[in-house]
Design a protein around this ligand. Structure first.
Ligand code: ASP
Length: 312
């Protein structure tokens, strides 16, 4: 279903496609536990990581994912490229495409850039985060992590807390968890809640106690300082007191609620130090699952080389 198509957003996916990606990722997790963490699945294939915005988890895990599948992975560095000689992004992308990669992974600070590039490339494009629009692989690895903890997604209550307005993670997770049958709620300071957010089928709250009431999953988001045009709340201390999650506030949620954060965490602001490091936080499970999830996606999008398939 995904072969040759790439992935620009969770909004475009059917529930069955999400299920296929999660099932494939679940199988890929085993490869990460082996002594030799490599399979020949994408041998002879080339993956280009085209990151125009900083990244730790996403870029590294796409690179590791590609390498675990034996693909050749090229990390394009925008700052040392001809972009610094004023080459346009589209020209840069077309130049790289002429080298016949099998997949291009793109992150850009402007919403819609991966789509614009995908429209002119032969290679399938995977969106690794575009502005405040979507971050589909983050949502998929989040769904995988929740599924591993709860054995289901259907019927769960997922509370997403913080800078909803500027977060691509929030948007992709709202689409994803809703398609999988979960109830999604959001909360944050009124300045960080888009007025029309309920159009996406979620309920918006400005009280932490209310949004957490009965929640199975508590997802805190990073304040997107790089996307804020002015102050959205009076002070960091006030934000932490009102929307920061610590063990005391976590008691509003279900007893077995898990705590998530896409990272990087502003410790002591969105999450207490204690919760950032210890259960029920599953932050490092999210990171670990990011590799398996991206392996699954690359496998489904790129497929195996014909030559290898013919030999089997
Ligand atoms: N790493 C995630 C992203 O790139 C979350 C964040 O930066 O807040 O969107």
């Amino acid at each position: 279903m995904l072969l040759g198509k790439g992935l620009l957003g969770i909004e475009d996916l059917e529930r069955s496609e999400i299920e296929l990606i999660l099932e494939t990722a679940q199988r890929m997790t085993e490869i990460g536990t082996r002594d030799v963490k490599k399979v020949p699945t994408l041998r002879g294939r080339t993956l280009i990581n085209l990151f125009f915005e900083p990244s730790t988890r996403t870029q590294t895990s796409f690179e590791i994912a590609g390498k675990r599948l034996a693909a050749d992975v090229v990390n394009f560095s925008a700052s040392s490229s001809s972009l610094s000689k004023k080459e346009s992004i589209l020209d840069t992308a077309k130049t790289l495409d002429a080298m016949d990669p099998d997949c291009v992974v793109i992150r850009h600070k402007v919403a819609g850039v991966p789509k614009r590039i995908a429209d002119v490339l032969n290679a399938p494009v995977i969106n690794a985060g575009d502005g405040a629009h979507e971050h589909p692989t983050q949502a998929l690895l989040d769904m995988l992590t929740v599924f591993q903890q709860k054995d289901r997604l259907d019927g769960l209550t997922v509370a997403i807390i913080g800078d909803i307005a500027h977060s691509r993670v929030a948007r992709s997770n709202i689409y994803g968890f809703s398609k999988m049958g979960a109830e999604v709620r959001v909360a944050g300071p009124p300045t960080m809640l888009p007025p029309a957010i309920e159009v996406l089928g979620v309920k918006a709250y400005t009280s932490l106690r209310e949004v957490l009431d009965g929640a199975d999953v508590v997802m805190a988001l990073r304040i997107q300082n790089e996307r804020l045009e002015g102050a959205c709340f009076p002070s960091v201390r006030e934000y932490a007191a009102t929307f920061g999650i610590d063990r005391a506030k976590l008691r509003y949620a279900k007893d077995d609620a898990i705590v998530m954060h896409p990272g990087p965490v502003n410790r002591g602001v969105e999450l207490s130090h204690d919760l950032a490091d210890h259960r029920p936080s599953v932050i490092l499970d999210q990171v670990r699952n990011g590799v398996a999830l991206r392996m699954a996606l690359l496998y489904l999008v790129v497929g195996r080389p014909q030559t290898l398939r013919a030999q089997e």
